[in-house]
Design a protein. Structure first.
Ligand code: ADP
Ligand code: MG
Length: 241
């Protein structure tokens, strides 16, 4: 896994204790190389979101290690980890997580500003990311003045703004219509083609078809991994339904 942007090494995450213990992930190993987009599929409760929050340093494994650019998140200080997240990792949350008191542009500019960029530069970068997701004209709207799909695009802009090396997306197309969903997949794909690594949770085979690899989870275990060719077969099967 040398050179991997993200590596999970036998990661286990247990929630609760005793009778209420839940193994959300069991010894999952996974790597994402520069240029690679990995799709994660699996039924509800199989551990997809847990995998992503661990990869993003938002949660810590019970056992095993999460390495970003070869560095173990567990041995980093809190500040260092926060800095890595702001500068390096873009995260699209399932429920968007926009800050209600900030406009679209301010939400997208925030990671840059927290990372010490000048407000003007952070805003310029934010506007260009909003343009990439097709909503530059909504830059000064607040989240509650936007539709769910528009908020989702703001969340995606925030995750790809600047030069993120690792983009993690939890069902990034959930609230989007088919065409917009495709546009967003194309954007993620192009960020990866430019050298980022991406991990995306999705329910739709037609979206997973944009990935280089699909990892299937069931009950916290990786049950299957496919390469590009099987991805295309998956797409064909999806079209037959
Ligand atoms: P998915 O995203 O695939 O639907 P999750 O990663 O959200 O699955 O959850 C995996 C399992 O871990 C589920 O059984 C879920 O109920 C459990 N789980 C997730 N987060 C917590 C938590 N904070 N406390 C207790 N159980 C949790
Ligand atoms: Mg989930």
């Amino acid at each position: 896994m040398d050179g991997a942007v993200l590596a999970l090494d036998a990661v286990t995450r247990v929630h609760g204790q005793g009778a209420t213990e839940v193994h959300a992930l069991r010894e999952v190993s996974l790597a994402a190389m520069p240029g690679e987009l990995v799709a994660v599929m699996g039924p509800s409760g199989s551990g997809k979101s847990t995998l992503l929050t661990l990869a993003g340093g938002l949660d810590t494994p019970t056992a095993g290690a999460v390495l970003v650019e070869g560095e173990n998140l567990a041995t980093m200080g809190i500040k260092e980890r926060a800095r890595l997240r702001r500068a390096f990792i873009g995260y699209v949350f399932q429920d968007f997580n926009l800050i209600p008191a900030l406009t679209a542009a301010e939400n997208v500019a925030l990671p840059g500003e927290l990372d010490g960029r000048r407000p003007r530069a952070a805003r310029t970068a934010a506007l260009s990311a909003l343009e990439e997701v097709g909503i530059a004209d909504l830059a000064d709207r607040f989240p509650d003045q936007m539709s769910g799909g528009q908020q989702q695009r703001v969340a995606i802009a925030r995750a790809v703004v600047g030069e993120r090396r690792l983009i993690l997306a939890d069902e990034p197309t959930g609230a989007l219509d088919t065409q917009t969903g495709e546009d967003i997949l194309r954007l993620l794909r192009s960020r990866c083609d430019q050298g980022a690594a991406g991990v995306m949770v999705t329910h739709e085979a037609r979206h997973a078809a944009w990935a280089d690899r699909v990892v299937f989870l069931r009950d916290g275990v990786v049950v299957d991994q496919t390469g590009p060719e099987p991805v295309e077969r998956l797409l064909a099967a999806d079209g037959q339904r």
